[in-house]
Design a protein around this ligand. Structure first.
Ligand code: SF4
Length: 364
């Protein structure tokens, strides 16, 4: 069966292998682009959030490539993510396609449905549970390795001497990782990529600002949706760390992670209930970033995203209480890179000034 999935950062490399190893033809959609956005916007409700529109465009591009089944994730809490699958399916049908959307919700949300979806996937690929266990182990390693390589690239970029070298090396690493299939090949490819990234010439005398990135999961992970904010910050000489990576999300889908628990606990004095999406984590992670010595936090929020709007209101107080500046960037199809860069430059200036004042205060 020709099966596709949403593009979310570099995870397509692991998902493509998983489908192929389970006996399917993986249809990798084109990387999200202006065309994806135009297609998605044209066929989405006007006030849908940007992840919905990009996914809509992605699915239509995958259908053009022959996709018969779309595998996607669900959502929980009072947020529109839970309706994505149903609505995407409806729009696809109204456009005259018979491609099916299969939603993999968290296993905690519906054990029976999760297992029945998996059974369908295995039977239609003439695969087995035994095969799945084997495949899962390799895919898990691959997802973790892809995240670790990306994290290392964000650590190195602010120190790079030749601007753009880290991004080029990172792109080569993705090709290396794509070729690795077995557990041992994946481990070797990861080591090779670490080697390539660590060989980049760096000016280690720099003292980059540290910025935490929080916000809605899709716009945090997918560079097209966030206008490549982490690479942009890195090339401005700033180290950034985001709260969620795909391997974390994968863990979340099967059980709650330690990082998530820690952030929920930190958020508790301000917010003691789930508000959908990753709103509660935006609050908790901002507090954690503050206690870990970060200079500032950037909240990425899809325009009209209720969980992030609620979080933004709370973050104003958190910012005051913890003395950590927070910049909220709302993202929609109108958001342009030049405008975002101007806002980032102003925010970085502010953070440098605060750091300078702190240092002067410490000296005098
Ligand atoms: S978290 Fe926000 S952006 Fe994501 S689906 Fe919910 S409302 Fe939309």
């Amino acid at each position: 069966m020709k099966v596709t999935f949403p593009i979310m950062g570099n995870s397509y490399i692991a998902f493509k292998q998983m489908l192929e190893d389970l006996g399917h033809e993986a249809i990798v959609p084109p990387m999200p682009s202006a065309r994806t956005m135009t297609l998605g916007t044209a066929h989405s409700p006007e006030f849908a959030c940007i992840p919905f529109k990009i996914l809509m465009g992605t699915y239509l591009e995958a259908i053009e490539k022959g996709a018969e089944l779309i595998i996607t994730s669900g959502g929980h809490g009072p947020c529109r993510a839970g309706y994505y699958g149903v609505l995407h399916q409806k729009i696809i049908e109204e456009l005259g396609y018979n491609t099916k959307v299969m939603v993999f919700d968290s296993i905690n949300m519906g054990f029976k449905e999760f297992i029945s979806n998996l059974n369908y996937l295995l039977n239609s690929g003439k695969s087995s549970w035994w095969r799945l266990i084997k495949v899962y182990k390799a895919i898990w390693d691959k997802l973790m390795a892809l995240d670790e390589i990306e994290i290392l690239s964000h650590q190195i970029r602010p120190y790079e001497i030749e601007k753009g070298r880290t991004s080029k090396t990172y792109d080569s690493c993705l090709e290396v990782m794509d070729q690795a299939k077995t557990k041992s090949q994946i481990a070797e490819a990861k080591e090779a990529c670490f080697g390539l990234l660590n060989e980049i010439s760096q000016d280690v005398s720099r003292k980059p600002l540290k910025i935490g990135i929080v916000g809605e999961i899709y716009v945090q992970i997918e560079p097209y949706a966030n206008l490549d904010i982490q690479a942009t910050l890195g090339e401005m000489g700033v180290y950034s760390k985001r709260g969620i990576h795909l391997s974390e999300w994968w863990k979340e889908t099967t059980h709650q992670t330690n990082n998530e628990e820690e952030a929920i606990k930190a958020a508790k004095p301000y917010l003691d209930q789930m508000i959908g999406g990753h709103g509660i984590l935006s609050v908790g992670e901002t507090i954690l970033h503050s206690s870990h010595g970060y200079d500032g936090v950037i909240q990425l929020a899809p325009f009209s995203c209720i969980p992030e709007i609620v979080a933004k209101g709370i973050l104003t107080q958190v910012s005051r209480d913890y003395g950590i500046p927070v910049l909220t960037i709302f993202l929609d199809e109108q958001t342009g890179k030049a405008g975002m860069e101007t806002r980032l430059e102003a925010f970085i200036d502010l953070l440098y000034q605060r750091r300078q004042k702190r240092l002067e205060g410490a000296v005098s």
